[in-house]
Design a protein around this ligand. Sequence first.
Ligand SMILES: Cc1cc2nc3c(=O)[nH]c(=O)nc-3n(C[C@H](O)[C@H](O)[C@H](O)COP(=O)(O)O)c2cc1C
Length: 192
Amino acid sequence: MAALPDEALELLESWLPDNDEPARPRMQLATVDSEGRPDLRTVLLSEWGRDGFLFHTDATSRKVRELAANPAAALVLLLAGGERQLVVRGSAERAGAREEARAYARRSPYVRRHAWVNTPEVARLPRAERVAAWSLFGAEHDIDKLEAPATWVGFLIRPDRVTFWETDPHAPSHRLEFTLEGASWSRAHLPG
Ligand SMILES: Cc1cc2nc3c(=O)[nH]c(=O)nc-3n(C[C@H](O)[C@H](O)[C@H](O)COP(=O)(O)O)c2cc1C
């Protein structure tokens, strides 16, 4: 799929934080299951660039099963206190090992530990035992030296449509939309 055009990339640069900023934006990630039913959840945007938008998750999760059956995905990010909305539609593919390791290293100690302890087995325990499992893992490991567990996986959403929605106190809200048509991107101004 063709990489995003310069104009879209420049807008992303002014709308999104740099990839090395520790606080990552939240986004809603939509997938569809094997029967075409929609699914939705919040994830962190790990990185973005000309090729698309990366997020990281657990390999055993429902979203990963759904993407394996159907790579179609959509994202929405609410930005600038709700004055801007970035909507992305595209197709998900597994990220490279380097991106996965980099995203893990950039996550907070809580998230890095979470990636190890957040298993289906721990989830089934009563809360006191979940607290004990969390604390035991912390006592037995130096989290700063741990690499990502094998279940830590990343996906790149390669967009075929990116929409920049913006409100305007003096005019109707407005969308600038980039759509991939064949090998090239078209752009359209749309009502908000
Ligand atoms: C603010 C916030 C950030 C989250 N970030 C992530 C994330 O980056 N990756 C992830 O797998 N789950 C994240 N979650 C948890 C997901 O929303 C979801 O519960 C989990 O991934 C299981 O989703 P699934 O069963 O649809 O696969 C986050 C939840 C919230 C509320």
